[in-house]
Design a protein around this ligand. Structure first.
Ligand code: GLN
Length: 510
């Protein structure tokens, strides 16, 4: 039997091959994952809840289905029927409902909330045969870029435990980087998949808005939120997208667009010959972009050029306005969405007040942390009479301009290459000014504003900090296959993402 560490280094394809040849059972995979979590998560704190029972039940279903297969060929057919994630250990960000689990959004407000139903993205992952390991830490209600705003304590970056894993999906990124899960799901409203993927040296994909159903995912900014996978390879991300994308009658913004993600990845480096890769001057000259990140974007550009791509310069004239627009639109939507946490419909209740408004006030004061309160106050101010016209309305107009910028830029290129964040992972407590923290999103928020697809691909370590650097590949709406092709070409040049070194050796049980 393979050691736990060995199993947890496997990608989706290796797990499928292991299961088909009977060298591996799904129960062994589940045990390996749970053992690794037990051993490593004390230090990393990626998990808020571990679902051992569900994991073994799902694994046993896979093994039972495979037991009937006479030979390897029959086993492959069984796996194909079961789905793209059969026997793959996965975990979900804690803003995704999974029946019978706590869905806390890392907030005291929802500390005791147990999901009575399952989000579509989670259901599709389970229906694809995955082994669910548990729920992952995040910034409270997904407000943040470091996972420091979690009410249950931060997640640490497996590459350097003194550093943040990024956020808000920090738990999702760290779990994959430390080999505690093969694939995880996160959500991205302004960068919360792509920035932590970069900080933790893994692949993170935010598909085009509408590719994945938002049903059952606790809403932050409904016009911006999108679910996507974290993985150690572009191919593993593609297997996951294959499972979760597609129309859902329960989310009227979800689209019926078929993309063959796996085919795009397999075409990989071959298919980027002649592809036009756009570089944005405004991005590469941005204040605050560190030298080592800029150098990596330039290096990645050269690698794509050597693989046969054509490099073109494109303009995004309103790039500067994206952060301002986002920090108007985001809080406005968050304020509206978080109104439901009123201690009656949802959330922590602090009873014993003389009237209901006393209970509302006390419950919301106790339930929400500082950053959540800041967003709620900001949103309620920005949407108030007289102020609405000055901020919300112009921000919507800016949104249109930014969206048009991308449409125009994509007339002369097939994807855009950009940094995923201005710098590598920072230390805990290093950024205490919220406005400074908001600037970590300058390269990611415009993509949510415009609704495009964006993904982070790890491209090695920064020459100064020695920490992982990610580059971002941005695709036109619904042309997500383009970015997967380029992602696969980059991966071919750089090699798949390694586990964080401290978690790849002895700790992995080898
Ligand atoms: N860091 C950004 C924010 O705090 C993005 C968060 C996200 O994508 N959920 O709003």
């Amino acid at each position: 039997m393979a050691a736990a560490g060995e199993i947890m280094q496997m990608g989706v394809r290796e797990i499928r091959e292991g299961l088909a040849s009977k060298e591996l059972s799904a129960r062994e995979v589940a045990s390996a994952a749970l053992e690794t979590i037990e051993r490593c998560d004390g230090e990393v704190h990626a998990f808020l809840e571990v679902t051992e029972k569900q994991a073994f039940e799902a694994a046993d279903r896979v093994d039972a289905a495979l037991a009937g297969a006479g030979d390897a060929e029959a086993a492959v057919r069984v796996l194909d029927e079961m789905g793209p994630l059969a026997g793959v250990p996965v975990a979900f960000k804690d803003n995704m409902n999974q029946q019978g689990t706590h869905t806390t959004c890392a907030s005291r407000m929802l500390e005791s909330y147990v999901s009575p139903y399952t989000a579509t993205c989670v259901q599709r992952t389970l229906d694809a045969g995955a082994i669910p390991l548990g729920k992952l830490n995040m910034d409270e209600f997904a407000f943040g870029s470091s996972t420091e705003t979690s009410a249950f304590g931060p997640t640490r970056n497996p590459w350097n435990l003194a550093c943040v894993p990024g956020g808000s999906s920090g738990g999702s990124a760290a779990a994959v980087a430390a080999g505690m899960a093969c694939v995880t799901l996160g959500s991205d409203t302004g960068g919360s998949i792509r920035q932590p993927a970069g900080f933790c040296g893994v692949v993170g994909v935010k598909p085009t808005y509408g590719m994945v159903s938002r049903y059952g995912v606790v809403a932050f900014g409904s016009s911006l939120d999108q679910v996507g996978p974290f993985a150690r390879s572009v191919e593993d991300a593609a297997w996951t997208l294959q499972a979760i994308c597609g129309h859902d009658a329960r989310d009227c913004t979800s689209q019926d667009v078929k993309v063959d993600f796996l085919a795009a990845v397999h075409e990989g480096a071959q298919s980027i010959k002649g592809m036009r890769i756009g570089l944005v001057k405004e991005f590469l000259e941005a204040k605050g972009l560190s030298g080592e990140v800029r150098a990596k974007v330039q290096e990645a550009t050269e690698k794509l050029r050597s693989a046969g791509a054509e490099i073109v310069e494109v303009q995004l004239p309103h790039a500067d306005a994206a952060i301002s627009a986002y920090y108007v639109l985001g809080p406005c939507e968050a304020f509206s969405n978080l109104a439901r946490f009123d201690s009656v419909r949802y959330g922590l209740a602090d009873p014993g007040h003389k009237d209901l408004s006393g209970q509302y006030e006390a419950s919301r004061a106790k339930g929400f942390g500082a950053e959540a309160k800041r967003r709620i106050l900001l949103g309620s101010y920005l949407l108030s009479a007289g102020v609405y016209d000055k901020y919300y309305y112009p921000a919507q107009q800016v949104r249109t301009l930014i969206t048009r910028d991308y449409v125009q830029a994509f007339e002369s290129c097939d994807v855009i290459l950009a940094p995923s964040s201005p710098r590598t992972a920072f230390k805990f407590g290093e950024i205490s000014d919220p406005a400074q923290m908001y600037l970590s999103d300058i390269f990611t928020v415009p993509i949510n504003i415009a609704g495009n697809g964006g993904m982070t691909v790890p491209v090695g370590l920064g020459e100064n900090t020695g920490l992982p650097v990610g580059v971002q590949v941005i695709a036109p709406q619904f042309k997500d296959a383009n970015m997967l092709r380029v992602g696969a070409a980059l991966e071919q040049a750089y090699g798949p993402a390694p586990l964080a070194p401290e978690f790849a050796g002895e700790k992995a049980g080898e």
